[in-house]
Structures are given as structure tokens and as C-alpha cells.
Ligand binder design. Sequence first.
Ligand code: NOJ
Length: 449
Amino acid sequence: MHRFPENFTWGVACAAYQCEGAWNEDGKGPNIWDEYCHDPDLHAVKNGDSGDIACDSYHRYPEDIALMKAHHVQAYRFSISWARILPEGTGRVNPKGLEYYDRVVDMLLENGIEPMITLYHWDLPSALQKRGGFLNPEIEGWFENYASIIAEHFRGRVKRYMTINEPQCITGLGYGAGTHAPGLRLGEEDLARIYHHICLCHSAAQRAIHRLAGPDVQVGIVPCGALCYPEKDTPENREAAYRATFEMHEHDWLFRFNIVLDSLILRRYEATAPAAVKRFAATIPQSEWDRMEAPDFIGINVYRGSMVDAEGKPVKYPQGGPLTACKWQITPEVMHYGPLNLYRRYGLPMIISENGLSCNDRVYLDGQVHDADRIDFLHRYLLCLSEAISEGAPVQGYLQWSFLDNFEWASGYDERFGLIYVDYATLRRIPKDSVRWYAEVIRTKGDCL
Ligand code: NOJ
């Protein structure tokens, strides 16, 4: 009996701003992360880091793809930089931007690696932010136009798209807390409006992709948020974890999966939604609810979850319990119960679109990077994922975050999430122990776990 389905996809993931660099080359327009990092008054990013050079994948993608191939990677989820394609966000197309992604997609295909495109991973063209960004209802049309250009251009070459990565971070961190670009601090009703616009963007893009690239092309969205898992594996505790996952509270409604997925799939808001969301919801015309499109699959980024008791109340993490380098709790059980609970509520197939951790990786005296912490973490999470699958969660693939160490947003380069170490002074890539381990996982289709 195999742990994972025969046609399961094993891959890796990254995003344009985090690895490409070449921030002002070949006609690319500025985006909100360029501005956020470059603003001398903001001190927004640790050490004054930016994605100006990052891993320089814009120039070094042949080496990166060769490393993927050498380690049996079957799929690469990467994002397209909107401002490379449309420097002003709308209007004029920059052919050099499309040519870059042509080279990447074609080289992946030549090497038997499936290109999975994320349309939006947080790098809005600055020209659109000047017009209000996601607060402006025109974003629906801007995004549809951009998605249409990509869908038409890559027709026949790309079979799976993800429209928008982590709307919860775009809204909660970028427009709410101001700790991500564009660095705003808006009120709750505006944040609810932004969520709604993001859902309309997803829906318009999904229709465009199906129309222009074909109805068989699969389109997903990648929300994130708190996933709860039970303290004990009893039916009552499982039920409590399910309820707790989808309950909203005044203090955390921004970071729930269902703030996005209920709108798209159930076309309503959760009964426990806070007053600000309900006030805003009352203003949504029926025609906008009618435009919502349930995705073909849900991408889930799984890092950490919350343990709850039989009443659904949070259970304190054990004192001195294991933490990653950026002090995130290590909770593999979330990979077991999270997909099951999402499936129970929404009934859609899923892809684990990200899973990984930051470690204190360094080059040892022998010139190698020995990241036993990463191997142990991924091993535990994958075993839990196999439990979810054996209990009926239709998970189609697993994408490790991330292939290379890269720019970790407000934490700059301090956090290393990669299977491949990047020496930022020379941009040399050094495969870590974990990439060899993951290659064996892929080669044996997970049977070696
Ligand atoms: C989720 C985000 O999509 C990605 O950009 C980020 O680097 C990882 N989490 C790790 O924090």
C-alpha cells in the first residue's frame, strides 16, 4: 500500500519578488515592494534588505532549473511579476517581460517539470497602488486584463494556475497592520472591502483563464489562516477543531480561511463574522455575489496550526516546545486535520501549495549545509499529510517552500527557507542535505518516509 496517490505531484514553490532580482531591468515597472523596501523613512525591512538582486533567478534560472531536475522535482510553482508584463499595471505590454517567462516555462517543460503559475504574489504595480490598489473596485478589471494576457500567452503550456497568494496577508499585513507593502493601516470596513475585491479578482481571472486557456486548465486560489487541530483524536475533539477553524472573532477575523473561501464557494459570510464585515456585507449587490467563482482547487499554505480542546478553546503550546528559526511553533498535526476540515466544508480538491520552515542554516567546515531540522520537520508534516489522504482528503500535490533561500519579506534575508542554500555575497547555490532527502522522497513517491 503506497502512502501517496500514483499521480500525486511533488514540487517546490517560490515567488517573483522573493527570488528574481533584476528589479529595474528589461522594462519592468516599479511595484509596491520595490517602493516599500526603498523608502528611506520607513525602515520597513530588516537590515534595509530588498529584493533588488535577491537570488538573481532572473539571470540564473537555468542553473536553478538544472538543480530542480537533478533532484527529481516534478513541478515548480512560481509567480509572475505583474509589473514586468504591464509596467503601468494596465495598457502597454512589455514584450521582454513575457519573453523572460517564456524562457522559464519552456525550460521547465523541456526538463519534464510542470510550470504552475501564481498570478499575484504581493507585488502590485506601483501605478495601480497610486490609484488605490485593492481598495479601488476597478482592480477587478485590471486583474482580469492581466490574467487574460497571461492565460492567452501560455495557452497549452500551463495547466494549473493559482490566482492570488494569501489574501489574508495582502489585506491584514499590507493594508491593515502596515508591516508589508503598501504599508497602510486602514479600518475594518475598508479591509472587508479589500477582501471582497480580491474575491472578485479571483473570479474574473478564473473565468478569463477558462475562456482563453481552456476549460480543463485548473484554477485555484491560495488562502491562509488559522487551522485548528484536536488535542485528542476523539470524534468530539475533531468536531471542536472543525468548529474552531471556521469561527470568526473580532480580534482574528482577518486571518481566517473562510473570510475568502466562504465568499467564493458558499457566497455568504460566516454567521460569527464581526460587525464591520456584516455592515459591509449588507452593501454588496446581488450581482457581485453572482460573479463569485468557486475555484477548481484550493491551494493551502501549511506552516503552523493551533491545538484546541474538546470545547474548541486554544491549548497552550508546551513550555520549551520546538520552534523554527523564526520562532514558529512546529505542529505537524495541522497537516492531518487541516485538509480534512477544509474538504469537509468546501468539498474541493486541494494542493499543499507551500510547506517548510526557516532554519539557522550555515556552511559547515566540510563545505556542506547539514539541515537535519528541516528534514525532521518535513518528514513529520508529510507523514501527517499521508494520514489526511488515507482518510479521504483529495490532496493532489505537495509543494515545498522554498527551493532556494530567498527574500523573506519584512525579515529580509535573515530567514532561510530553502532546500538550496544561497550565499548572497557570491550568489552561489549549495544544495543542503534536505534537498537530497527530498529527492529520495520524490523518487520513491513518498514510500521512503
Ligand atoms: C507564505 C508566503 O506565501 C511566502 O511568500 C512566504 O515566504 C512564506 N509564507 C514563509 O513565510
